[in-house]
Design a protein around this ligand. Sequence first.
Ligand code: HEM
Ligand code: FES
Length: 441
Amino acid sequence: MSFKITYAGLDKQVEVQDDLDSILDISTRNQIPHLHECGGHGRCTTCRIRVLDGIQNLSAKTPTEREASFIRKWDPSIRLACQTYPKGPVVLQRLIWSMAEVTALQKELAPEGRAEERPIAVLFCDLRNFTPMSSQNMNFDLAYMLNRFYTAMGEPILMNNGIIYQYVGDEIIGVFGTTGGTREKNCTDAIRAALGMQYALEHLNKVELKDLDLELKSGIGINFGKAYVGHLGHPTHRQFSVIGDPVNVASRIQGMTKTTKTKILVSLNVMNSIRENILDTGQEFELELAGKEGLAQLTEIKGFKEMDSQLELQSSLHLMLNDQDAFAHIFYEKVFEKSPETRLLFKRNMQDQGRLLTHMLSGIVYTLARPDHLISGIKALGKNHVQYGVTAAHYPIVREALLETIDTVLGTNKTPNTMNAWQTSLDFILEEMQQWNKVKT
Ligand code: HEM
Ligand code: FES
C-alpha cells in the first residue's frame, strides 16, 4: 500500500506507505512545517487543514475533532491534521501559517449575530504626535511608519494571547480574555503586552527609523471589565465587535496619558486584578473621565518589580531569530563540536531542520501565554525525540549549545535578565520534553 499526500500552496508531494500516521505525523516526518501548538491533542486547532481532494480517503472524525468543528461551524472539508489518518491520496492545504495568526482564532468562539457579556482587559495604544507628523511627511513615509508602528506594537499583543481588535487612525486596540482566562491572567497579559510595546517602540526608533529623523512615542491605557463580545453588523458583513463601558473607559484612560505625561496608565479594576507587589508603579492620579461620574483612580505602570521571564523572552525573540538560518547554523555547529556523534542522529536536510527548530522555539515563546497548550506541545516534541534516538545525555549538551548561541546572536542587545530568562525557560522546556510519557490526553 502506498499513496501520495499533496500539500497545495507548498508544492510538495510526499509518499506514504501505510495508514498508521496522522496527517500531522506525515508533515513532521517529511520536514513540512505544520503548526501544532497542543502537540496533537485536538485542543488548539492550529493544525487545521482544508481538504481539496480525496476527502473520502480520510478517517472519520474523532469525538474531539467533531466537537471542535461543531463549535466553529466548520464545513466538512476542514479537518484537524492531528486527528485525521489518510488511507489513500489526498490534496490538502494548511490553514494556519504563523504563530501570529493563532490568537485571532479566539474570534471564532464569539457568538454570531448577537453579543455575550465577557470579562476582558482592553488596551488602547496611541501614537503620539502623529497629526503634526502627518503634515510634515510625504504620504509614502507615513504609510511606512504606520505599518511599522502597527506591526511592532501588534506583536506584543499577539504574544500575550491578545487579539488585535482594531486600528483607529493612529490607535491600536488590543483585547485580552475574550474566550476565558482568569481576571488576573488577562490583566497581567495586557500589562505585559504594554511593556513589550514600549520595548518594541524603543527598538523601532533606535534601529529601524533612525534615518527618518523622528522619534515615535506612545501612550497606553488599560481597563478591565465586562464587555459585550460577538460578531455584529449587517448579515452579509458581520464584524468581530467588543462593545461597552470598559472599552470606552480604556480609551479615555489612554487619553489621560497625555495630560499626565505618562506612558502606561491602568484603572483601579486592573490594579485590583493583579497579584499584589508584582508591579513597579509610579504616580497615582484621581481624574475625571469624560462621560463618567466621579473620579477614576489611575496608576502609572513602569514595569514588573522582578524579572518577568515571559517579557524577556518575548522582547528578545525577534532579535534572536532575525536571521533564523544563521541562528540554526551556529547552534548545530556548536552541538556537533561538543558531541560529534550527535551528527549521526540528523538524517534529513539540515537547513529544513534548522527552520523547524527556530519555528518551534518561536512557537514556544508565543505559546507561553497559553500554558495548557504549551505543556502538551512540549511533551509531544519530547516523545518524537525518543524516536529520533535522543537520550537524556544529549539534553545538557543541547542546553549549553542553545544558551551559547543565544548569547552570541544577541550580542550587545542582551542583558543579564535576558540570559537568565532563557536559561530558566530552557531548563523547563528540556525537563518537560523528557517527561513525554506523562502526557495528559
Ligand atoms: C529546546 C529543545 C529542542 C527543540 C525546540 C527541538 C526542536 C525540534 C524540532 C521542531 C524537530 C523537527 C521534528 C519534530 O517536530 O518532531 C526536531 C528534530 C530533531 N531533534 Fe530536536 N529539539 C530540541 C532538543 C533536541 C535535543 C536535546 C536533541 C539531541 C541531540 C535533538 C535532536 C533532534 C533530532 C536528531 C531530530 C530529528 C532530525 C532528523 O530527522 O533529521 N533535539 N527537533
Ligand atoms: S489540535 Fe491538532 S495539534 Fe492541536
